[in-house]
Design a protein around this ligand. Structure first.
Ligand code: GLA
Ligand code: ZN
Length: 674
């Protein structure tokens, strides 16, 4: 049996979420009531301190930790655990007022230290801010880093924003100097001879505030802004680990933001995610697929179980339209996170605020203040399920398929103007490919340029525009060794500096791996449709069609329209012991589904269940002795007669089954010995 826990001293699921009791500091009877409600909701975890700085240090140098002492002790007495946050996401007003240099310099000037504008109004590189943060974090660590009730430390909160202040400009230049050593190297990489853009000193480089003609500068800036945030996290982590080296560190990540989360993962003990799907907007299936991708991504960056830190109980308050979650969907979504590798279900927040901007945001305990609400009951029932399936905690995910998603690639495609920025859509195309795997109930890892490719049977590379020599080698070694890759249009146009490869696309070795040469790309108008023919059937191509030539590959499909009619658009090349497929166009969904399903079959990659049903997806976690099968139904009706690959035991009822039916927005958790 092999398990990996978030905290080895607490081998159980966490169920709870953000708890901000300082809002009720004048009515402490509410704290006692919260404890009763916490137990009643089957919660065992509270994330506290996230925005508590002004309560902990109401005036400079005047500290008062009594509220945290009291609340942590209370949670502990009631059988709960605490994830303790550092309060640095929201510096108190007095601090910003006294030391305005800590404020973030936005594009139009310093962020105003307004009452209520709590989020990240500070600069990640500010010396003064770090000085104040160090004092606060040190005090917290000294007080709580050995506290047994504290199972993890949550640093800051949803890191966000770029800063263009003098300190950040200076640090950016240092970052560039460190990377390029000489200004000539920088000029060459930026292709700065183009329109006389060369600089003569690193001090001349400005952040790309008002756009830039140099994509490489933009990408370096993005690399730097991640670096600054990660450095800020490390700064805090070092202080805490300096007090207790076994302290467990995390922070809540947001996969839909364009941060390179694989880089953040390097300094975290485990990864956490906040997720707020737009349930009730369109099809729940689309939201479920998008969420599942985010879970798989956050699991993959550490390659181990993660924490779902925040999700909305019932609804959010910040969307243009805040629709109630329909009964069942919240619970299903929570269990889905577990299916994809989470060892916790957390919500924002425990008790609904009485005022301020999140007054109407969903919470476990509503303004009515008791347990008699639909949302409370659903949360409590999710907690009861988690208790029953607790043995799954720590089980890992094994995947034969990986989907390549690289944030540097995203940045590059975000700024490359030539391919009609409004429909480049790297992220959504990623989700489109992922959706096929989800529909087929295939466990999937998300990998990037640094991941280990060797453990997969199939790697899918949608729009892998940026291909360094290292990545080319990895792909080549993988295929040569017997792996299968499926890449699409826009493969390998540039290297990691966003300098295009000379000698034909895809760059360098990839031409041999794929056995093709890509001569041109046709960026179509939104209303243009081309046709392609594959296995006697016609499919639509949209947005992008590349005109490619065979250099050893075999054509599996041709274009059927326009001046490139009868030229190849889907190819396969045998390379070493493996195969490399290339899809030279963007399709509308049907083609990728048919083509990929064919490849999955050929590779004998089986779904976690034996039949396919619209809106139903399954995932497996394992501890090498047992296999835990999760099946979820997001469709509009009951899914009947879902065939399993074997006989399983229902973990909630003990019943033995090899076939199940699942109601709308319901799920099953099953188990078999392996
Ligand atoms: C984010 C923040 C929380 C809260 C929620 C509301 O996730 O981290 O503090 O504001 O949004 O949805
Ligand atoms: Zn700054």
């Amino acid at each position: 049996m092999k398990k990996i826990y978030l905290n080895k001293n607490f081998p159980h699921f966490l169920h709870g979420g953000d708890y901000n009791p300082e809002q009720w500091i004048d009515t402490k009877e509410i704290w006692d009531e919260d404890m009763r409600l916490m137990r009643k909701a089957n919660c065992n975890e509270m994330t506290v301190g996230v925005f508590s700085w002004s309560t902990l240090e109401p005036e400079e140098g005047k500290f008062d930790f009594s509220f945290l002492d009291e609340i942590i002790a209370k949670i502990g007495e009631n059988g709960g655990k605490v994830v303790l946050a550092t309060p640095t996401a929201a510096p108190p007003f007095w601090l910003a007022k006294k030391y305005p240099e800590i404020l973030r310099f936005e594009k139009n000037g310093y962020a105003a230290p307004n009452l209520g504008s709590r989020r990240h109004k500070f600069c990640y590189t500010s010396e003064k801010y770090r000085e104040k943060v160090a004092v606060m974090v040190k005090k917290l660590a000294e007080r709580y880093a050995h506290n047994k009730i504290v199972v993890a430390w949550h640093l800051d909160n949803e890191l966000y924003g770029d800063c263009f202040c003098d300190s950040c400009r200076k640090k950016f230049r240092e970052f560039l100097k460190n990377k390029y050593k000489t200004v000539e190297n920088l000029n060459k990489t930026y292709w700065a001879k183009w329109s006389s853009g060369e600089v003569s000193s690193f001090d001349d480089v400005q952040p790309p505030i008002a756009g830039t003609s140099y994509d490489a500068l933009y990408i370096d800036w993005k690399r730097f802004t991640d670096y600054a945030k990660i450095d800020f996290l490390k700064f805090q982590s070092d202080i805490i680990k300096g007090v207790n080296k076994d302290a467990v560190i995390t922070t809540n990540l947001m996969p839909q933001r364009d941060y390179d989360l694989f880089e953040y993962a390097k300094m975290l003990d485990f990864a956490s995610i906040d997720i707020y799907p737009n349930w009730g907007r369109k099809s729940e299936i689309g939201e479920a697929i998008d969420s599942a991708w985010q879970y798989d991504y956050v699991r993959s960056i550490k390659n181990k179980p993660f924490m779902l830190m925040e999700s909305a109980p019932g609804l959010v308050s910040w969307m243009p339209q805040n629709k109630l979650q329909r009964p069942g969907i919240g619970s299903l979504a929570s269990i889905s996170s577990i299916a994809h590798g989470s060892d916790s279900v957390g919500y924002f927040q425990f008790r609904k605020s009485r005022g301020a901007c999140e007054q109407y945001h969903g919470a476990i305990v509503d303004h009515v203040g008791n347990e008699n609400t639909r949302v409370f009951k659903e949360v409590a029932s999710t907690g009861a399920t988690l208790n029953k399936i607790d043995e799954v905690c720590g089980a890992i995910t094994q995947s034969e398929v990986a989907l390549y998603y690289d944030t540097e690639n995203l940045w590059a495609l975000d700024v490359v103007y030539a391919f009609a920025p409004h429909h480049v859509n790297y992220y959504s195309e990623q989700i489109n490919y992922y959706g096929i795997l989800w529909n087929n109930s295939i466990n999937t890892d998300i990998i990037n340029r640094e991941s280990d490719f060797s453990k997969y049977k199939l790697i899918i590379l949608p729009m892998a525009y940026m291909a360094s020599e290292e990545l080319q080698n990895k792909i080549s070694d993988f295929v040569r060794g017997g792996g299968t890759v499926f890449a699409t249009y826009m493969l390998g146009y540039t290297d990691e500096r966003v300098l295009t490869h000379l000698g034909g696309f895809p760059g360098g070795k990839l031409k041999d791996v794929f056995g093709i040469w890509n001569e041109e790309i046709d960026s179509l108008y939104p209303e243009d449709v081309q046709k392609i023919s594959y296995k006697g059937k016609l499919y639509d191509a949209k947005d992008y069609c590349e005109i490619i030539h065979l250099r050893g590959a075999k054509a599996l499909a041709d274009y059927n329209t326009d001046f490139y009619k009868d030229t190849p658009c889907f190819t396969v090349n045998e390379y070493g012991a493996g195969k490399a497929y290339y899809q030279a166009f963007r399709d509308t969904g049907e083609f990728k589904s048919d083509a990929l399903e064919c490849i999955l079959q050929e590779l004998n990659i089986k779904g976690c269940i034996a039949s396919k049903h619209k809106g139903v997806s399954a995932q497996i976690r394992t501890d090498y002795e047992n296999e835990y099968l999760f099946i979820e139904n997001y469709s509009d009706g009951k899914a009947e007669n879902i065939k399993l690959n074997d006989v399983y035991e229902n973990l909630l009822t003990g019943e033995k089954v090899n076939n199940v039916s699942i109601g709308k927005f319901e799920y099953k958790v099953l188990k078999r010995k392996i």
